[in-house]
Structure formats: C-alpha cells, structure tokens
Design a protein around this ligand. Structure first.
Ligand code: SF4
Length: 63
C-alpha cells in the first residue's frame, strides 16, 4: 500500500490524524496533512482505508 496526500486539497479537518496517528499528522501552522509513513505496515491498512473514506476533501488516496 502506498499512500498519497495532497495538501492542495486538504482543508485541515484532521480526521486522518485522529484515525491513524501513526501515519498522518497535521502541520502546526495551517493544520494541513503531513504524511508520516507513506508505506505503512499491513496491520494499519484497514485504518488507513477508513481515514481515506472519512477525509471530507478527498485529499488522501491509496494505491
Ligand atoms: S482528513 Fe483530509 S482534509 Fe482532514 S487533515 Fe486529513 S487529509 Fe486534510
């Protein structure tokens, strides 16, 4: 699984960081998504897919 995060689309809602804090964070200034781990371990896959579905702006995707 490879994750992509688009800061142009992110609106800083924070659902990703709340759902999988091992993978997503938010920048201190604008609150935009920061990708901590683009290739997370398989045990995080389900949580990452949940985060993708929860993101209100479609800013994160997985291959
Ligand atoms: S859930 Fe989506 S909009 Fe919210 S911080 Fe994460 S990537 Fe950005």
């Amino acid at each position: 699984m490879e994750i992509k995060a688009n800061t142009q689309l992110c609106i800083g809602a924070g659902m990703c960081a709340l759902t999988v804090p091992q993978v997503f964070d938010q920048s201190d200034d604008e609150g935009l998504v920061v990708l901590l781990e683009p290739n997370p371990s398989a045990d995080l896959e389900e949580a990452v897919r949940r985060a993708v579905n929860l993101c209100p702006s479609g800013a994160i995707s997985v291959d």
